[in-house]
Design a protein around this ligand. Structure first.
Ligand code: NAP
Length: 247
């Protein structure tokens, strides 16, 4: 495992691994953590060129180290190999996720499994791979990007809602299990955020569904992720960044 570097203030630098960092919320989290001097490992599945550009930009702007990995988080073997290369990780931000819009009765088993593997089973693969090193150091943070729909349920998004509800239970249970080892586990649940995931929907209609009458920005979610990444006494919690959509 690589030696840790010193931060601008002289303390040991923290290394964060961010999945789904090629755009949207994950990209905003990468930019926010880079501005706080975190060294980064950025992960996506297909858009590796975008990650290279982002990493180059963050290294030049913030002087951080920034590695990039093409890894399908729904594939346990790819996750194991990526984590072996990444080495020491202080903070996991597992943000990669996919949605599937349509009636459950029209959904194929393959489509169902793709959503559950990508959104929920990946939490197991990543956590399982990282917990031993965190337990060994007696510190670490696991952060999952869930969704308000995991609590309230969304029509036409049953698999997605089930996967995110699973993340919330996973978070609460794992937090209890890992607390004696000094590891915190939390999730952030965005409401409706202005990213490519919502590109197919009418923005004005989405805004109407939100008490604050607008979509959230990826930067607003990233601010909450940073708060949890820095906090030492919150664990087993889910924080909604939802413009007032009640869970
Ligand atoms: P997005 O713009 O569609 O970005 C998704 C990211 O996940 C991309 O970087 C994508 O990488 C990556 N990804 C997808 N499948 C992957 C896989 N199998 N392996 C590795 N990376 C994969 O989505 P977003 O809106 O930023 O959403 C980020 C997270 O927030 C998701 O978990 C989503 O469920 C959650 N969320 C979003 C909203 C919202 O309104 N936008 C609301 C609630 C929760 P590639 O570029 O390689 O495809």
């Amino acid at each position: 495992m690589e030696a840790k570097r010193q931060s601008r203030e002289g303390s040991m630098k923290k290394r964060a691994l961010i999945t789904g960092a090629s755009r949207g919320i994950g990209e905003a989290v990468a930019r926010r953590l880079a501005s706080e001097d975190y060294d980064l490992c950025l992960v996506c599945k297909n858009s590796i060129e975008k990650l290279w550009l982002l990493a180059g930009e963050l290294k030049a702007e913030s002087g951080i180290s920034c590695e990039t990995y093409a890894c399908d988080v729904s594939d346990p073997q790819q996750v194991t190999s990526m984590l072996q290369q990444a080495g020491t990780i202080d903070v996991l931000i597992h943000n990669a996720g996919i949605s599937h819009i349509g009636l459950l009765s029209d959904m194929t088993l393959e489509e169902w499994n793709r959503v559950i593997d990508t959104n929920l089973n990946s939490c197991f693969y990543l956590s399982h791979g990282l917990i031993p090193q965190m337990v060994h150091r007696k510190e670490g943070k696991l952060l999952f990007v869930s969704s308000v729909w995991g609590n309230v349920g969304a029509s036409m998004e049953v698999a997605y809602s089930a996967s995110k509800g699973g993340i919330n239970s996973f978070t609460r249970a794992l937090a209890k299990e890992l607390a004696p080892s000094g590891i915190t586990v939390n999730s952030v649940s965005p409401g409706i955020i202005d990213t490519r995931m919502n590109a197919a929907f009418d923005k004005a209609e989405l805004a109407e569904e939100t008490p604050l009458e607008r979509l959230g920005t990826p930067e607003e979610v990233a601010e909450t992720v940073l708060f949890l990444a820095e906090n030492k006494y919150i664990t087993g919690q889910d924080i909604s960044v939802s413009g007032g959509i009640v869970v």
